[in-house]
Design a protein around this ligand. Structure first.
Ligand code: CUA
Length: 150
């Protein structure tokens, strides 16, 4: 290996190591990961909010042309929520503004993500997959009310 080859080799190894470290940092440090498609929740045709304990919730979202069920959900601040998502018709998107939650609603499949709402406020949810003429109006909200519970 001549000097130029060696230099190029070392540079390549350094860049690859740097990029690999960034991937590990994104996954572990920033909690950015790929949402799972799970099968242990039975398919459902109605949206609902289930409270398991104070600050512990499960929401079954159903996406349909052109709304989400349940509509506006109110939660206390500090709540940890298991979010399940499915579709009753076509493929929809599901993104909760201000969080890492970004899922696809696929007919016959259930997507899953967990989120903790640390700050009070209004979290807008939008469909980000074009699903027909009402796509741009397909939104809902999670309202996190705060202070009294931690
Ligand atoms: Cu549902 Cu776009």
């Amino acid at each position: 290996m001549d000097r130029a080859e060696k230099g190029a080799f070392i540079t390549a190894v350094l860049f690859l190591s740097f990029f690999f470290a960034l991937i590990v940092y994104a996954a572990k440090g920033l909690n950015i990961d790929v949402p799972t498609c799970i099968t242990d929740v039975k398919p459902y045709t109605q949206g609902q909010v289930i409270q398991h304990a104070p600050n512990r919730y499960e929401i079954h979202y159903l996406a349909k042309m052109w709304y989400f069920e349940p509509a506006d959900v109110e939660l206390p601040v500090g709540s940890t929520v298991d979010i399940y998502l499915t579709s009753g018709d076509v493929i929809h998107g599901f993104q909760i503004d201000g969080t890492n939650v970004n899922l696809m609603a696929v007919p016959g499949a259930i997507s899953y993500a967990r989120v903790k709402f640390e700050k009070p406020g209004v979290y807008h949810i939008v469909c980000h997959e074009y699903c027909g003429i009402g796509h741009q109006d397909m939104t809902t909200r999670i309202v996190v009310k705060g202070g009294e519970q931690k």
